[in-house]
Design a protein around this ligand. Structure first.
Ligand code: NAD
Ligand code: TYD
Length: 336
């Protein structure tokens, strides 16, 4: 199988590329990535010398370039991760979010249609369902209720992708996963931000009362789910990927403090995120029924391994947290 992966230099995309090659699931993996602040080829250093791996530096909004890459590769499947992926950045600066997540997805779908790509896996998020009142869990038919520019752009791109199945019979499948965590995650997201701050004894900025609930997935679990959906998922269908692991943010932060040996006094309650969704909750019954997938990694086990990885990769952290990251940190947290 020849795979074209977009956003393969990011957090989940790079894990998927590493897994696809390690498990011999592809004869060729082409990683098409613009290398934004979140894209980092260091994440793929372990496969850079593999003859089955290629990198194509490209913006998914650039139709001629995307068509050129697709025509050259003629992939059996596209796995589409590339996105502006962070809610807080989407609030500070929504334009690039709509550009990449909507225009970029549209450009890629058009290129896939013109090049008759036999499989298109669109990687999306549980955030499209918005905040969910307990005890509900969102199944795939749950109404869309996006709260942030990020989630609105993902909901829009999901609908666009599915319309290409209905209208053009492009074999699109959509996945919607809950919050992933693990090695190589950019430290703008909750878990790597908190644990890298904890290492340095810096304040841990918790939004509002910290009782917002997210479902957590250790990276290997969603990557395995994507592999299952790629082979067993039905075109035109949506599959939720949840970890059965609902925890309030403050509890996650406290566990990070305990695991890093730092005191609870590092917690700083700061002004809440505007439009902050209170609770996400997913049912992955459909995925489990149709593919046999289920999450395998416990939160404490996954968190311990993640903390170990960040501890052992301080140079990666130092490089990623220098430069642009400092401006972002000041912009998002400075006046909070
Ligand atoms: P990330 O921010 O770590 O990586 C995004 C990658 O996309 C980067 O390599 C970046 O360079 C690339 N990219 C951005 N704009 C591009 C463009 N215009 N053209 C080409 N490449 C571009 O993101 P992530 O956390 O790995 O998320 C990957 C996907 O999974 C996203 O679509 C996201 O919405 C979805 N998702 C993420 C989570 C999560 O918890 N992180 C959960 C559910 C779904
Ligand atoms: P995040 O990792 O940004 O993922 P998402 O918004 O996509 O769920 O945030 C996870 C939760 O943690 C969310 O409820 C917001 C909260 N949060 C904080 O309290 N402080 C922070 O500094 C960050 C980045 C997030």
């Amino acid at each position: 199988m020849k795979l074209l992966v977009t956003g393969g230099a990011g957090f989940i995309g790079s894990a998927f590329v590493r897994m696809a090659l390690a498990e011999n699931r592809a004869a060729l993996v082409v990683n098409l990535d613009k290398l934004t602040y979140a894209g980092n080829l260091e994440n793929l250093a372990s496969v850079a010398g593999d003859s089955r791996y290629r990198f194509a530096h490209a913006d998914i909004c650039d139709a001629p370039r995307v068509n050129e890459v697709l025509a050259g590769v003629q992939p059996d499947a596209i796995v589409h991760f590339a996105a502006e992926s962070h809610v807080d950045r989407s609030i500070l600066s929504p334009e690039p979010v709509f550009q990449t997540n909507l225009r970029g997805t549209f450009t890629l779908l058009e290129a896939a249609r013109l090049n008759r790509v036999p499989r298109f896996l669109h990687v999306s998020t549980d955030e499209v369902y918005g905040s969910i009142e307990p005890p509900d869990e969102a199944g795939e038919e749950y109404p869309l209720k996006a709260s942030s520019p990020y989630s609105a752009s993902k909901a829009g791109s999901d609908l666009l992708a599915l319309s290409y199945f209905v209208t053009y019979r492009l074999p699109v499948t959509v996945t919607r996963a809950s919050n992933n965590y693990g090695p190589y995650q950019f430290p703008e997201k909750l878990i790597p931000l908190m644990l890298t701050n904890a290492f340095e004894g810096l304040p841990l900025p918790v939004y509002g009362d910290g009782r917002q609930i997210r479902d957590r997935l250790s990276l290997e679990d969603p990557c395995r789910a994507l592999v299952s959906v790629l082979s067993l998922g039905r075109p035109g269908e949506i599959y939720n990927i949840g970890g059965n692991c609902s925890l309030p943010n403050l509890e996650v932060v406290r566990r990070i403090l305990r695991a890093t040996g730092q005191p609870d006094s590092l917690v700083r309650t700061v002004a809440d995120r505007p439009g902050h969704d209170r609770r996400y909750a997913l049912s992955s019954a459909k995925l489990q029924r149709e593919t046999g997938w289920s999450p395998q990694v416990s939160f404490d086990g996954g968190l311990a391994r993640t903390i170990d990885w960040y501890r052992q990769n301080q140079e990666w952290v130092r490089r990623v947290k220098s430069g642009e990251y400092r401006n972002y940190y000041e912009l998002n947290y400075g006046g909070r």
